[in-house]
Design a protein around this ligand. Structure first.
Ligand code: ADP
Length: 145
């Protein structure tokens, strides 16, 4: 059973994130979506509600698990015995930080990161953009799965 860990803030989980999960399921048997909880950062959606919302998206799909965590992604990846970590890039700017994260996680655990490039129709979608639109009272439902 080949499992991949998809860590992120998912504040909120967008159709861009969902597209990555869909593509990862073509490559792996199970995707574990891990909602990172940062006590220092004030959240748009409370972590517990984020987990619940994502679980409702994948209700009935046994190949997707949703959890929350507050420690190191590397430790979590080892704990779950995954063979890879999933991340996405939308533009060159993303690639720089993802490269560093992937390198650190590989050094700590030997676990590689699979970086999927965004499909063009999702490349402009980010949680921060959705939060900004919500802040100004716009309907964000088109960006949420
Ligand atoms: P983090 O705060 O850990 O970056 P995010 O929830 O913002 O968490 O993103 C999780 C992962 O999903 C990151 O690797 C990010 O680059 C990727 N991602 C976010 N939106 C998209 C998208 N529209 N297309 C592809 N990858 C995306």
């Amino acid at each position: 059973m080949r499992k991949i860990l998809f860590p992120g803030s998912f504040d909120p989980f967008t159709i861009g994130h969902a597209a990555l999960v869909r593509r990862a399921l073509n490559l792996f048997d199970e995707v574990i979506i891990a909602v990172g909880v940062n006590e220092q950062k004030s959240a748009f959606i409370a972590p517990k509600d984020r987990v619940e919302a994502i679980r409702s998206v994948y209700e009935g799909d046994a190949r997707v698990k949703v959890i929350s965590y507050s420690g190191l992604t590397a430790d979590l990846a080892q704990q779950f015995g995954v063979c890879a970590i999933l991340r996405g890039v939308r533009q060159v700017k993303d690639y720089e930080s993802e490269l560093t994260l992937a390198d650190v996680n590989r050094r700590l655990t030997g676990i590689d990161t699979v970086i999927l490039t965004a499909e063009p129709e999702y490349a402009a979608i980010s949680s921060s953009m959705v939060r900004e639109l919500a802040h100004f009272g716009k309907n964000i439902s088109a960006f949420l799965p």
